[in-house]
Design a binder for this molecule. Structure first.
Ligand SMILES: Nc1nc2c(ncn2[C@@H]2O[C@H](COP(=O)(O)OP(=O)(O)OP(=O)(O)O)[C@@H](O)[C@H]2O)c(=O)[nH]1
Length: 488
């Protein structure tokens, strides 16, 4: 039997639901992402970088500030200054002094270079004479000429993979403030470098120290020190950074945004740079964003699919309820109105015969009266079932009135309809509509009419009704065909 109508457009509803769900998920996921992104960003600026900076600061203070103090003590030591002023006679005394400093402070070297004699003293005695034309002695002449009290010299030659070798070169003056040489210790500072490497690998941060000119002096990577001026984003701000000494900066390097925390270490006259590649730091939240989006998409698909199935189920039920007579399962008159309009429209495009069979149960009132309404209902349902079971795909049966049924047979002439009605009549006559009481029998009277193009369905059905009335008048349990006047 054809379906008369659709109550709601399920596809549009599902589309709307899917759109609403995905828009909701998308908005909340994106909102969450931006909130986390901002939280991470402010954590980087407010906590992570300053904390890293101060941890490294305190570590380097342990590692380097103490040696500066040791070297300062050596430079102000009266023994050392007296020994020079006395004429540098007993080399053993100086060697013993330097050896004691080296051992006590666990340095790998302690030294004194005399301005007067040009001799380089170590814990083992005289090492050599420094000479202005010797590149390896450049440091001495630099120290002699500088204004500051000391310098920290990172020695690239002696630096090995993990241990960083530095010298504290402290200027020495006699009691009348005349420059008399340079002293200090050399030591390895592997703990600072280890710390830098640890921070770099754990937090994907880049950490390095620069001197006042912006030259990198300690860094956590292998190989040569990176040249900051080769990074355009950073180079553009370098002068300002060195001038301001402390602060937060941002720059773009290789397309990635970097957040930079800079701190000046006055004891060393160095700058501590702690850099965080923001895109690397956000990789985690970005991954979460993609996972959340994928989950949202999957949930949206599953929910809309389940809704599609559920809606389909209820839609079919509602449509069936709206178009079907509950007792007999046949179409109601409302559904007939819709179907017949569609059928006649199709008929106009593609003309074919159409026949109506109007059937009425004979003496149905008696069945009700004698056996009760419930049995009457049973008879109605059984007759309807039998009528429906004989229909072809394109036919449809309607409960036309209380005990009256209308069969619509497209592609069927009036004469063919009459034969079908006759067959049905016989089948009903022989049936036992009430299973619990085989004695109850019933018969049907049929009025048959063939639709004539141009007339209304009511006119054709009216003829079938007249034919039915005629049969009812002549004894019932029969079939009568009434054709239109023009067809006779
Ligand atoms: N049990 C039951 N009875 C119904 C239903 N609808 C209508 N009827 C009854 O069907 C009976 C129809 O009676 P009538 O119109 O006099 O027709 P009839 O007794 O079949 O006699 P003829 O049609 O002249 O053969 C009425 O008593 C209605 O109350 C229904 O859904 N269930």
């Amino acid at each position: 039997m054809p379906r008369p109508f659709r109550i709601i457009d399920r596809r549009n509803l599902i589309l709307l639901l899917g759109l609403l769900l995905s828009a909701g998920f998308f908005a909340t996921t994106l909102f969450g992402y931006f909130v986390s992104k901002e939280a991470i960003r402010s954590a980087i600026i407010g906590q992570d970088l300053p904390l890293t900076s101060s941890n490294i600061y305190s570590e380097i203070q342990k590692d380097l500030v103490r040696p500066v103090l040791i070297s300062s003590t050596m430079a102000h030591d009266t023994f050392l200054r007296d020994w020079v002023l006395r004429g540098e006679n007993e080399v053993d005394e100086m060697a013993r002094y330097l050896a004691e400093v080296r051992v006590r402070h666990k340095a790998f070297a302690s030294f004194f270079v005399s301005e007067k004699s040009g001799i380089y003293y170590t814990a083992d005695g005289v090492l050599k004479h420094v000479a202005e034309n010797e590149p390896r002695d450049d440091w001495y002449y630099r120290v002699r000429a500088m204004r500051d009290d000391y310098e920290i010299n990172v020695d690239p030659d002696l630096a090995n993979r993990d241990a960083l070798t530095i010298f504290i070169n402290y200027r020495v003056f006699d009691f009348a403030d005349n420059y008399i040489g340079a002293t200090g210790i050399g030591l390895t500072v592997d703990s600072v470098r280890r710390l830098i490497r640890d921070y770099q690998t754990r937090f994907k941060r880049t950490i390095y120290f620069t001197d006042g000119s912006g030259r990198v002096v300690i860094h956590g990577g292998d190989g040569a020190a990176p040249e900051l001026r080769n990074r355009p984003g950073l180079a553009a701000q370098l002068e300002r950074i060195l001038k301001e000494r402390t602060g937060f900066y941002q720059f773009v390097d290789n397309g990635d945004n970097h957040i930079l925390n800079v701190n000046y270490l006055p004891e060393l006259k160095w700058y501590l740079f702690v850099e965080q590649n923001e895109d690397v730091a956000l990789a985690g939240v970005r991954r979460t964003l993609y996972i959340n989006l994928a989950i949202s998409l999957a949930v949206t698909l599953v929910v809309t699919f389940l809704c599609y199935l559920t809606l389909g189920h209820y839609q079919s039920r509602i449509e069936a309820m709206a178009s079907t007579d509950k007792l007999t399962g046949l179409l109601n008159r409302h559904a007939f109105g819709i179907l017949i309009d569609k059928l006649l429209a199709a008929n106009r495009r593609n003309p074919q015969p159409l026949t109506f069979l109007l059937a009425d149960i004979d003496h149905f009132k008696e069945i009700n009266d004698r056996h009760g309404h419930r049995t009457g209902d049973e008879v109605l349902a059984a007759v309807a079932g039998l009528l429906r079971s004989t229909l072809r795909q394109a036919d449809f049966a309607v409960r036309w009135g209380g005990e009256e049924f209308l069969l619509v047979l497209p592609g069927c002439s009036g004469e063919e309809g009459r034969l079908i009605a006759e067959k049905l009549r016989q089948a009903i006559e022989q049936s036992q509509p009430v299973a619990t009481d085989p004695a109850i029998r019933t018969t049907l009277s049929f009025g048959v009419s063939e639709y004539v193009a141009g007339e209304t369905p009511e006119q054709a059905i009216g003829r079938a009704d007249e034919a039915l009335y005629a049969i009812k008048q002549t004894g019932r349990n029969g079939v009568a065909l009434k054709l239109a006047e023009s067809a006779n």
